[in-house]
Write a protein that binds this ligand. Structure first.
Ligand code: PAF
Length: 284
């Protein structure tokens, strides 16, 4: 496995692979890898000749008061996990490689980014789409793998790829959870033991929400209300949003009569966590 920092090196390696018709699977990450990332890597490993993982904490997707500086980083550990998982190449660019002096071009996906996380994180998706487009141009993967925990991100990237005619298959992979239900996230490391316990309120609400749908609930507002009430019982939790949206447009719906996403963002003290479930989507 190689670890490279420059775009020129990645391009030259990818060129050689393409000469021998090798297919490329790509897993973009911000590092501090956990089993969620590893499930994406495993899928990429199964479906492609070569696997590239990028590790880059992308500053343009963090707002001014967000956790860019404290975002956890551990390249050595990440590299060991990647090596073990059969990754061929880690792209770990410097800030200057990705955003050289004078950089001023951004990719902005409209509509889908105006709801859910886009409301409380107004610059987030512009940063995500910009860095993911750059990575797609540099790595030119056949397939790219994203977790469904960031379901809005997945929908936005799929829209961007379709709208801008990018030649890559975007593949969503199911949420990976701890045994007690907490969705795996690099941000879980911020939680104290007490907060970690409180954070289980998200998956409790998700499980209950799924049950209501299985029992035949058709009213989106009733579903949101029921899920919200569960979270409100936890004193350390503060809701950013609990919403039900159309799976493809990310617009709020009244009736559960199409593929939909039930999503939430909840602060456990200072840590903002997200979780969701999808009904009628390709992985359900
Ligand atoms: O999901 C993430 O970790 C990031 O948003 C991504 C896709 C790597 C872009 O920085």
């Amino acid at each position: 496995m190689k670890i490279v920092e420059t775009i020129a090196e990645v391009k030259s390696i990818v060129r050689a692979w393409k000469k021998s018709d090798a297919s490329i699977g790509f897993v973009p990450t911000m590092g501090y890898l956990h089993e969620g990332h590893l499930s994406l890597i495993q899928r990429a490993r199964q479906e492609n000749d070569r696997v590239v993982v990028s590790i880059f904490v992308n500053p343009t997707q963090f707002g001014a008061n967000e956790d860019l500086d404290s975002y956890p980083r551990d390249l050595q550990h990440d590299a060991a996990l990647c090596e073990n998982a059969g990754v061929d190449l880690i792209f770990h660019p410097t800030l200057e490689q990705m955003y050289p002096k004078g950089f001023c071009s951004f990719v902005d996906v409209d509509v889908l980014t105006k709801e859910l996380c886009g409301l409380s994180r107004p610059v987030h998706f512009r940063g995500v789409c910009t860095v993911v487009s750059k990575l797609f141009h540099i790595i030119t993967p056949d397939r790219a793998y994203f977790g469904e925990k960031d379901a809005q991100q997945l929908a936005v990237i799929k829209r961007m790829v379709q709208d801008l005619n990018m030649d890559v298959d975007v593949i969503g992979c199911p949420i990976v959870r701890e045994t007690d239900g907490l969705a795996k996230s690099s941000r879980n490391t911020y939680l104290s033991p007490e907060e970690r316990k409180a954070a289980l309120v998200l998956s409790r609400s998700i499980t209950q929400g799924k049950k209501y749908v299985q029992q035949g609930e058709k009213n989106a507002h009733t579903l949101v209300q029921a899920m919200t009430e569960i979270i409100e019982k936890e004193p350390l939790a503060k809701i950013d949003y609990v919403k039900v949206v159309d799976l493809f447009t990310m617009q709020q719906i009244d009736t559960l009569d199409r593929p939909f996403l039930a999503a939430m963002a909840v602060y456990i003290e200072k840590t903002r966590l997200i979780d969701n479930f999808i009904v009628g989507g390709e992985n359900v």
